[in-house]
Structures are given as structure tokens and as C-alpha cells.
Design a protein around this ligand. Structure first.
Ligand code: GDP
Ligand code: IMO
Ligand code: MG
Length: 429
């Protein structure tokens, strides 16, 4: 068996959580492979909204196992809150949530460091979610980190104190910020008790054995390809590999085991936090998308920056990930627009380009636009691709032709049911 992958092709918040929840009915295991509580994956089930930060989005499907992989960085406080949120709604994680022993722990002082580092950057700040992601991955690659498996080992307390001491030294080098460490530390220590109840596994063997036993595995990405530490809009990125390659290291899977790659994109584009955004609309149309799409961060509540879909960037993400199926979400958000646009190339250095420049921060790119007629109607009665208004189909066909990937799913609302699935063979109809 192969491991299928679902990930975001833009700057995050493409609607990955919703699509994983829908696809999960066809899998036995859903596994998160990177990121941490900087993610906010929203699911709307029977009219009730849930936001997951650490727990994979397969948790609402009773039959399957949800694995938090080794590539994830985990804050036990957030995890405990999520478990409580679910159990209040009558959903138990017992026997359905597993944790890789090799996932790294986010300490309170990682969050403290994140906040101090961001504050010191002033106007050039990244716009981090301040969940401690960067400092935790720094400790992982710097070989100082503490892994979840360590909580069951003797000497854990000493290792915690030694790392905290290092962090406090680093924090003293930054200008002072407000952070109630002793309170945060008490909450963290208390939450370790819940963490100890979650069964831990050697995730790489667990998945390997599951594949040999014929089980179907879906890897769930967090963030988006343009936030990837290597290929995103550096330095305005997160600290992990958000692309398909991250599945191999974040779960312990060999590259030839990767199967379908579902790439998720909004029908337009958003970004939360700082950094370049060539198709950003800082006008009424941007305001319209923000309002109609309810574009406010699931994790921080910050307003998301909005703009038109950017095809050179999408093509880049598709190339990096080996996307085999394109999932277009939030197309309904544009229902009332009389005209929509897409960037199809950039002008910079006096020339037309369809490749992404080395540093989008340094060049001022002028997009070349392609205009599409809007469909100006509701999509809730469309249950098949062919039922969609012709103008909407034309927009999707254009994406397929430009990107050379079939659109196999179109999401028309936040709920599970608002999804049009299309068989790959039907793609040219
Ligand atoms: P994720 O991080 O990629 O899982 O995405 P988020 O949950 O952060 O943001 C996506 C938002 O759009 C959430 O509020 C979803 O409920 C909502 N959403 C997902 N798909 C659709 C859709 O097709 N149409 C509309 N209108 N909302 C959607
Ligand atoms: P999901 O999984 C959107 C952004 C932050 C910031 C940058 C670095 O919900 O799509 P970090 O906290 O990682 O140091 O922040 O990355 N960011 C996200 N933006 N969706 C996310 O996750 C994000 N996770 C991080 O806003 O610009
Ligand atoms: Mg999100």
C-alpha cells in the first residue's frame, strides 16, 4: 500500500481540515507529519464548528486511528485542551489517538523565546503565531530538544531544567517582554499528566506494519507550501518542511511509498502574517473576500490578507509536491462577484516570467492578469461538476489547463456535505 498525502499549496488555511475529514472515511489511519499548534484546521460537523491544532482531522471518523507523527512539535497544554473540547462534544480519543515517541515537545520557554524574538524584530517581524514553533525546531536541529518519549524516562525533570536554563539565558539577550513563566510552567507540568495517558508508538514501524497489513494511510499537512522552510517565501515562513518530502521525514516513510498527493488551494488566495503577496488586494475586493470568506485566523483570530489566485505560485507548489489531484475550496465565496481574476505571469526586471523569483521580497513583481466572468449565483444546488454554472466550470478548466493537474474536488461551503467530487477520468468533460 501507498501513503496518500493531503497538503496546502498556498500560505495555509486552504481548508485542509475539512477535506481530510471528508476523505478520512476511505482510510484507516490519518497522520499529521509536521508543524504544531500554529495550525488551525476547522471542521463543521452537524452545524458545529471544531478547530483542531494538533490532533489529526480524522478524529471525527470513528473507525480510524489518528497518529501525531515524529515531525510534529507538540505542546501538551494545547493537546489537553483539544481533547477536552472533543470529549465535551461526546468524542473520545481513547484507543484512536497515538503519539510518535520521536515528536518534539514545545516547552513554555520555547513560547517565551518565540515572543521575545518576534518583539525584537520590530517592523520586520514574521507574524509568527507565537506558539513556540521556531525555537522548538531550532532545538530539534540543534540537538538539544526533548522528545515526547522522554517523558517516561528517568532524568526527564533534570533535562527539562537544563533546557529551561539555556532558554532563560537566551531570553536575557532580548529586550524584556511580559511573560508569566511560573504560571505557564504550572499549566505545562499539569498537562504532562494527560500526555502520559496517550499511547506512544514508534511511528515509523507503526505505519510500515500498517501498510504491510493493507491499511490505507492519509498524511495530513499543516501550513502551506509557500510557508515551507526551504521553498517558501523565506524568511516569512514556518520552521518545517510543509511539502510532500516532509511526509518521508515526518512519518518515517520511504519516498517510493508516496501515492496520491492531494493539493488544496482556495479559489482565491490568503495569507496571515507578514511577507510578500503579489496578488494581494488592498481594496474593496479584498475586503469583500475577507468578509464573504470569513477570513480570520483559526488559531490567532487575526484578519487574513486576501487576493486573487496566483497561478505561477500554484504551479511552483504543484511541482515541489508532485500533486496528482487538485482540490479547489471556497469557490462559493466568489458567488456574488461579477468578475474574478488570476495572476498568470509576473513582470519584473523588464521581462515576463512564469517562474517564481529567488526572493519575492526583493523584487517588485507586477502580475499579468487573466479575467474570468463571474457566475453570480449560489452553488448549493450543484452536486456534480456538470451542475456548476458554466462560468464556474470555465474558471476551473482554466486552472487545470494551466497547472496540468485535474481538479477532482470542489468545495462549496464549510460543511462536510458541501463538496463536489469528480472522478479523474471525467476530468476532460
Ligand atoms: P486549514 O488550516 O487549511 O484546515 O483551513 P482553516 O480551517 O484554517 O480555514 C478554512 C476556513 O474556511 C474554515 O473556516 C473552514 O470552515 C472554511 N471552509 C472550508 N472550506 C470551505 C468552502 O468550500 N467554502 C467556505 N465558504 N468555507 C470553507
Ligand atoms: P494551517 O495549518 C496560516 C504563518 C504565521 C506566520 C508564519 C510563521 O492552519 O494552514 P509560526 O507560528 O509557524 O512561527 O509562523 O507562518 N502560519 C500559518 N498561516 N495557516 C497556518 O496553519 C499557519 N501556521 C503558521 O501566520 O506568518
Ligand atoms: Mg488553518
Amino acid at each position: 500500500m501507498q501513503v496518500d498525502v493531503l497538503l496546502g499549496l498556498q500560505w495555509g488555511d486552504e481548508g485542509k481540515g475539512k477535506i481530510v475529514d471528508v476523505l478520512a472515511s476511505k482510510y484507516q489511519i490519518v497522520a499529521r507529519f509536521q508543524g504544531g499548534p500554529n495550525a488551525g484546521h476547522t471542521l463543521v460537523i452537524n452545524g458545529k464548528k471544531f478547530v483542531l491544532h494538533t490532533i489529526p482531522s480524522g478524529i471525527f471518523r470513528e473507525h480510524l486511528i489518528n497518529l501525531i507523527g515524529n515531525g510534529v512539535v507538540l505542546d501538551p497544554i494545547t493537546l489537553e485542551k483539544e481533547i477536552i473540547q472533543l470529549s465535551t462534544a461526546g468524542i473520545s480519543v481513547q484507543n484512536r489517538l497515538l503519539l510518535s515517541r520521536k515528536a518534539h515537545l514545545i516547552l513554555p520557554t520555547h513560547r517565551y523565546l518565540d515572543a521575545a524574538s518576534e518583539a525584537s524584530k520590530g517592523s520586520s517581524k514574521i507574524g509568527s503565531t507565537l506558539k513556540g514553533i521556531g525555537p522548538t525546531y531550532m532545538d530539534k536541529t540543534g540537538r538539544n530538544g526533548i522528545r515526547t518519549g522522554d517523558i517516561h524516562l528517568a532524568g526527564f525533570d533534570q533535562r527539562y531544567l537544563a533546557l529551561k536554563k539555556k532558554h532563560l539565558h537566551l531570553i536575557s539577550l532580548f529586550p524584556e517582554i511580559e511573560f508569566n513563566l511560573s504560571e505557564e510552567e504550572d499549566r505545562w507540568m499539569a498537562s504532562l499528566e494527560s500526555l502520559r495517558q496517550i499511547p506512544q508508538v514508534d511511528g515509523e514501524y507503526y505505519i510500515h506494519d500498517a501498510l504491510l497489513a493493507g491499511k490505507r494511510v492519509l498524511a495530513e499537512g499543516a501550513q502551506g507550501s509557500l510557508l515551507d522552510i526551504d521553498f517558501g517565501t523565506y524568511p516569512f515562513v514556518t520552521s518545517s518542511n510543509t511539502i510532500t518530502a516532509g511526509v518521508c521525514t515526518g512519518l518515517g516513510i520511504a519516498p517510493q511509498r508516496i501515492g496520491e498527493v492531494y493539493g488544496v488551494t482556495k479559489a482565491y488566495c490568503t495569507r496571515v502574517g507578514s511577507g510578500p503577496f503579489p496578488t494581494e488586494l488592498e481594496n474593496e475586493e479584498g475586503e469583500f473576500l475577507r468578509k464573504a470568506g470569513n477570513e480570520f485566523g483559526s488559531t490567532t483570530g487575526r484578519p487574513r490578507r486576501c487576493g486573487w489566485v496566483d497561478l505561477p505560485l500554484l504551479k511552483y507548489s504543484i511541482m515541489l509536491n508532485g500533486v496528482t489531484q487538485l482540490v479547489v475550496t471556497k469557490i462559493d465565496v466568489m458567488n456574488a462577484m461579477s468578475e474574478i481574476q488570476a495572476a498568470i505571469a509576473y513582470y519584473y526586471d523588464g521581462k515576463r516570467h512564469t517562474n517564481v523569483p529567488y526572493d519575492l521580497n526583493l523584487v517588485s513583481v507586477q502580475p499579468e492578469w487573466h479575467a474570468f466572468a463571474g457566475w453570480e449565483q449560489d452553488l448549493s444546488t450543484s452536486s456534480r461538476f456538470e451542475d456548476l454554472p458554466k462560468a464556474c466550470q470555465s474558471f476551473l478548466h482554466y486552472l487545470e489547463e494551466y497547472l496540468h493537474v485535474p481538479v477532482t474536488m470542489v468545495s462549496t461551503g464549510p460543511e462536510r456535505e458541501s463538496l463536489i467530487e469528480r472522478k479523474v477520468e471525467e476530468k476532460t468533460t
